[in-house]
Structures are given as structure tokens and as C-alpha cells.
Design a protein around this ligand. Sequence first.
Ligand SMILES: [Fe+2]
Length: 376
Amino acid sequence: MAVSAFFIPSVNLMGAGALEDSVVRMSEYGYRRALIVTDPYPATLALADKVGGLLKARDIQSFVFSGVQPNPTTQNVEAGLEMLRANQCDVVISVGGGSPHDCAKGIALVAANGGKIADYEGVDRSAKPQLPLVAINTTAGTASEMTRFCIITDVSRHVKMAIVDKHTTPILSVNDPVAMATMPAGLTAATGMDALTHAVEAYVSTAATPITDACALKAVSLISASLRRAVANGQDMEAREQMAFAQFLAGMAFNNASLGYVHAMAHQLGGFYDLPHGVCNAVLLPHVEAFNAPSCAARLADVAVAMGAQASAEGALAAIRTLSADVGIPAGLTQLGVKLKDLPTLADNALKDACGLTNPIQPTHEQVVAIYRAAM
Ligand SMILES: [Fe+2]
């Protein structure tokens, strides 16, 4: 096989108390002026405040940019950059889920490399490492706190740009289940199904390796065992902790084996209708894997076994559908407001998404439209 590289932040903190530990490390790294990137939701703002207080106690000044939208945009990146430059920050700290992490990556990458974030669409387009990024995660999850993937919506084209760049890997990732306990049930369900999608797409990816396989299958079994509990009771700290590990393992898998057409197609729904990423993935996952099944039936049978289902591709699809329904994900795209007339345009854009390159089968435009239609 060709040489495969394995990307991961150099330090990754897990478990209750990881948040406090991360601030001690930032102080040891010698940072002095931090840009905190977050979204305007009360729970994340409160956490950003807490981080600001902990930083201050260690003599690190911080400036809060809380303008990140659920699907972060090119404008969000520009606004954050302006604040970073005005305050001469030497580190970026993202607080929240995938949206703040992705926006922070965009800010940190352009801060070090210049130009505009759209210049870096694609794979490894930047010349220099980004400004140091510490990612404090509150969802389980996109795993964006530990990946080299950065998804930014280009508002002029209504397209989600996939920026896959080794230089966007955070320097330090923080997964503290205590910070995840405030996540509402709907977000827990959507982000948990996103993590399941990462694991399944990485497992059937053409770039999978024995390392990513081990991470992916363990993630699938943990999600299958814990997601329902985390959704039913957000204060179930054991379930929260298992989901934190699961989403991180799924991140290790897809950060290195990449993804497939679930993400390539979900990104377009997110960019076009501003829909939640995890929900789009959850709806599309069984349909894309049904399309992939002829080329990866044995791998889907492994997924089925990891979910405690009958060892077959059909077993995996049924288990995914059941889990999705149990955590309250809508059954189809129609319920999300997707329109049949838009499907050809969505398919055009999905075919250009870098995430589709490692899908087990490269679909035609017609086939992508047919998968969207089946998911309606
Ligand atoms: Fe995702």
C-alpha cells in the first residue's frame, strides 16, 4: 500500500477536569493574548466566560468573538480575523461544538497564511502551520476539535467549502464531559449520529487502514451502547463520557481514512438550506450505505456486529435506522424542507466535495440524485 500518514493533535485531554488542565498547559506554552471563538448560545457563552476567567488567573488576556453561526460562514471568519488582528492575539481558543472549531481553524489558518479562507478550499493548500489553536469541545460530536477538516459556508455561492489541511490540526484538544452535560437532547442526538456517520464512512472508506478500522469499530459499538442514554438523560455522566470517547475515536478514524458520500451530500444540504449537519448525515447514512453495499457488504456486516445486529449489510442498515428513530431524528429530507427541484444542483455540488473521494463507489450525477430522492 501507499504510505499513509496519521494526523492527530499532539496533546489530547479527556475526562472531567480536562478544561482546567488545558488552561495550565496554555500558560506553560507561554501564550499571552487569546482570541476565544464561540457561538452566541447562553451555555457556550457561559463556558467561554469561565475559560476567560481561568486564563486571566494565569495572566493570559482574552478577547471573545461570539459571532459564529451554526454553519460558519466566510463572513464569520473575516469578522473573527479582524478581532484577532486588532488585538494581536498569539493563540486561538475555540469553545463549543464543530461550528466554533471550524470557524477558529479558518481564522487561525488565514492569520498565518494570508489571503482569504476560500483560497484554501481543497486538500493541503496552505504553506504554513496555522496560529496555535486550542479546541475546547462541548459536543460529541463532530470531532472537529481534533481533526484537520474545516467546513466553511461560502455565502456568495451558498456552498459549503471542505478545507482538508494538515495545518488546521489543533495543537491541543479538550474533551471534558462536564462541559457536554448542558447539551440539549436534540443536539446530543444529531451530533451523536454525526459521530456514527464518521465511524461508518471511515470504516468503508477506500483509505481505511488497520488503525482507522480499530478506531471506527470501537466508536460504532460505544455509540450504539451509549447514545440513547445520553439523549434520554443529559446528566448521565457515564453515557456522556462514553460518547466523548466514541466521537474522538470516530474522529481519529475519519481524520485519516476520510469520509464518503454521506458527508459530501450532507454538506450541500447544510450549505443550501442551512440545516443541521448531524441530522442531514443521519437521514442520508442508510441510503448512501445501501448504495455502497455491493462493494463493501462484509465491512457493513462488521458494523452490524458492532451494533449488536445480525451480521449483514442489511443488519447494519436496519440498526442505523432504528438508532436514528430512537433518538428522534426525522425520517426523511422532505420533513427538513428539502425540495425535489433542488436535487440536481445539490448533486452537482456533492460531486465536487473532497469528502466523496474515498467513498467505496464513485457515483454518477444521476445516482447522487437518486440517493437524495430515496432519502426524501
Ligand atoms: Fe460530520
